[in-house]
Ligand binder design. Structure first.
Ligand SMILES: Nc1ncnc2c1ncn2[C@@H]1O[C@H](COP(=O)(O)OP(=O)(O)O)[C@@H](O)[C@H]1O
Ligand SMILES: [Mg+2]
Length: 137
């Protein structure tokens, strides 16, 4: 079973990572972490390069935090960093192209105040994914 775990470094996404660790451990799932460094398309031209670097740094940090949970269990994991405009589009495309069987992700992420039931990335992925999606909350 190939499992894709999109992560933005948020608490919820780390819960999803933990459940993917369990899938790897108990069901021998082959896990790939994906962090999307994203920019709103309309801001693109005006953004100084330093901001791109910062966004990429945040995505890299999210991957490192997630990967550490696998490393501490001695479980192999792949980690992919992508740049994009809409994280859900990257996630759906990766799931399709990589032939993933399942996506495991958080119900919310880092961009909304508490109380939101489901984040926009999670909602879009559930609606458009080519495979089953497990939402962790
Ligand atoms: N940029 C991203 N790269 C990879 N995964 C992401 C990204 N943003 C969100 N996710 C995934 O989607 C889940 C839900 O986040 P999201 O829908 O963006 O909620 P919010 O609107 O609260 O930020 C996160 O827990 C994470 O698993
Ligand atoms: Mg978000």
């Amino acid at each position: 079973m190939k499992v894709l775990v999109p992560t933005d470094g948020s608490e919820h996404s780390l819960k999803a990572v933990e459940s993917a660790v369990a899938l790897a451990k108990h069901e021998h799932a082959e896990v790939t972490l994906l962090a999307v460094a994203y920019t709103a398309r309309e801001d693109m031209d005006e953004m100084p390069p330093a901001i791109h670097e910062r966004l990429e740094g945040e995505a890299r940090k999210a991957l490192e935090r997630a990967k550490a949970l696998f490393d501490s269990e001695g479980i192999e994991v792949k980690a992919i960093l992508e740049a994009g405009f809409v994280p859900a589009d990257n996630i759906i495309k990766k799931a399709a192209e990589g032939g993933f069987d399942r996506i495991v992700m958080g119900s919310t992420g880092s961009s909304k105040p508490k109380g939101v039931l489901i984040g926009s990335t999670a909602a879009k992925v559930v609606a458009g994914a080519p495979c089953s999606v497990t939402i962790i909350r």
